[in-house]
Write a protein that binds this ligand. Structure first.
Ligand code: SF4
Ligand code: SF4
Length: 367
C-alpha cells in the first residue's frame, strides 16, 4: 500500500525524519534487494539494522504487514555477507552463560544470585501450586534484584517457585538479529530444560522472553516443534500471571511517586501493558504521574545500541526528558532491558528504575 502510516509511530523515523528510517523505507530497500537492484553492502546493512524491532510499525499498519518477520528474514540474509566484530562478539556472549555472567560482573552490577536458587524449588508458606520461573539472561546475570523480587513475590503470594536454571538466554538477541541458526541452539537447550516441567506454568519477568517463547515453534527443529507449541501455551509474563490471579492488593501500602514507561514488546508485540499498569495502580499509596509519552521507546532495542550508539542515545535523551518532567522518584517498567538501559541515565539523577514486581515486592515487605 505504501501509505506511510508506519512512519508516525517509528522512533527511528522520528529522529532523522528520513524515509529509510521508517518501515516503509526499509521495506522498499528489502524489495530492491529481492529484485537484485541493490547489493547487500554496508549501506543496506546499516539501514536495515537502524531499527529497534519494536513492532510499532506492524501495530500501526492498516494492511497488516508483518514488518518484524520481513526485517528478521532480511537480516538473516545480510549477516551472511557482513557481521561487524562488535556484533560477532555480542553473539558469542549471548551464546555462553559463562560469558554472560562475566559481562554482568563487568557491568558493575550485583553478582548473579541465580546459583542460590539453582536446581531447587523455593517453598511457599501457603501453597497455591508450583510455577516455573524463566528468568531470562538479564535477570539472571545482570539484574539479580529482579530475580530475587520475582521469587520473593511469587513465594509470598503462595506459589512454590522453581527457577529453571538449566535454561539461559531465550535467544531473542540472536533471532531478531537474523541469526536464526544460532538462536536455534539456545532454543533447543531451553526446550530441553522446560520440557522437564511437564504441565507447570512458566512465568517470566521479561516480555521479550515471553514473546520469544511463543516463537519457539518457528525457531526449533521439527522434532521439538510440538513441544515448543505446548510450552508457548504455558508461558506467561509475570504481570499477566499476577493480574489474572490477584495479589492481595487491598492489604498493601507503599508511598511512592512513580511514572510508568511502557516496553515496546509488552505493548506492541504482546498487548499486555494493561496488566503492568493495573499492578502499579492497584497498590494503595502509589501515586502514578503519567509522562507525556509513556509508550515512546527508550532506545534500548537489544543489540540496536551496538549498531547505532548515537541514534540510541538520541532516542534515550527524549525519554529521559519526558521522565524528568513528571517529578517522579521511581520509573516503573516491565522490561529488564528498558530497566537496565534507563537505569544508567536515571541513577545519576537520583531516580530509581523498578520492574512492577520490585514495586510489589517493596509493598509486600511492608505488609
Ligand atoms: S508497512 Fe503498512 S503502514 Fe507502512 S507503508 Fe506499508 S502498508 Fe503503509
Ligand atoms: S520496528 Fe520500530 S524502529 Fe523498526 S521500523 Fe518499525 S517502528 Fe521503526
Amino acid at each position: 500500500m505504501r501509505c506511510g502510516f508506519c512512519r508516525a509511530s517509528c522512533p527511528v523515523f522520528e529522529e532523522g525524519r528520513a524515509e529509510y528510517g521508517s518501515a516503509r523505507g526499509k521495506l522498499s530497500i528489502i524489495y530492491a534487494l529481492e529484485r537484485g537492484e541493490l547489493e547487500p553492502g554496508e549501506g543496506v546493512y546499516q539501514r536495515i539494522f537502524e531499527c529497534l524491532v519494536c513492532g510499532r510499525c506492524g501495530s500501526a499498519c492498516p494492511a497488516g504487514v508483518n514488518t518484524i518477520d520481513v526485517f528478521v528474514e532480511a537480516r538473516e540474509r545480510l549477516i551472511r555477507h557482513r557481521l561487524p566484530w562488535r556484533k560477532r562478539l555480542a553473539f558469542r556472549i549471548v551464546e555462553s552463560e559463562r560469558a554472560l555472567s562475566l559481562a554482568g560482573k563487568i557491568a558493575s552490577l550485583p553478582l548473579p544470585t541465580s546459583s542460590s536458587y539453582a536446581e531447587r524449588a523455593v517453598r511457599a508458606a501457603q501453597r497455591k501450586g508450583e510455577v516455573a520461573l524463566f528468568a531470562g539472561c538479564l535477570a539472571r546475570h545482570v539484574q539479580s534484584s529482579l530475580l530475587d523480587s520475582s521469587v520473593h513475590v511469587l513465594q509470598r503470594l503462595g506459589y512454590d517457585v522453581r527457577v529453571v536454571d538449566d535454561a539461559g538466554c531465550c535467544g531473542a538477541p540472536l533471532y531478531f538479529s537474523g541469526a536464526r541458526d544460532r538462536a536455534k541452539t539456545l532454543v533447543e537447550r531451553n526446550l530441553r530444560a522446560l520440557s522437564e516441567l511437564e504441565d507447570t506454568l512458566i512465568v517470566t519477568p521479561c516480555p521479550t522472553c515471553k514473546l520469544t517463547l511463543t516463537l519457539y515453534h518457528r525457531i526449533a527443529g521439527e522434532t521439538q516443534g510440538k513441544e515448543a507449541s505446548r510450552i508457548a501455551g504455558r508461558a506467561l509474563e509475570i504481570c499477566e500471571f499476577l493480574g489474572a490471579r490477584g495479589f492481595g492488593e487491598s492489604s498493601l501500602r507503599l508511598e511512592r511517586k512513580v511514572t510508568y514507561h511502557d516496553s515496546c514488546h509488552m505493548s506492541h508485540a504482546l498487548n499486555l501493558s494493561h496488566t503492568a499498569r493495573a499492578l502499579v495502580t492497584a497498590i494503595p499509596g502509589v501515586e502514578l504521574v503519567e509522562m507525556d509519552e509513556p509508550s515512546a521507546c527508550c532506545g534500548f532495542g537489544g543489540l540496536f545500541a551496538i549498531d547505532n550508539p548515537q541514534l540510541s542515545r538520541s532516542i534515550t535523551e527524549r525519554k529521559v526528558e519526558d521522565i524528568l518532567r513528571t517529578g517522579a522518584d521511581v520509573v516503573v517498567t516491565p522490561c529488564p532491558g528498558c530497566k537496565l538501559h534507563l537505569g544508567r541515565s536515571m541513577r545519576a539523577r537520583g531516580i530509581e528504575v523498578w520492574h512492577p514486581v520490585e514495586l510489589l515486592g517493596e509493598a509486600l515487605k511492608k505488609r
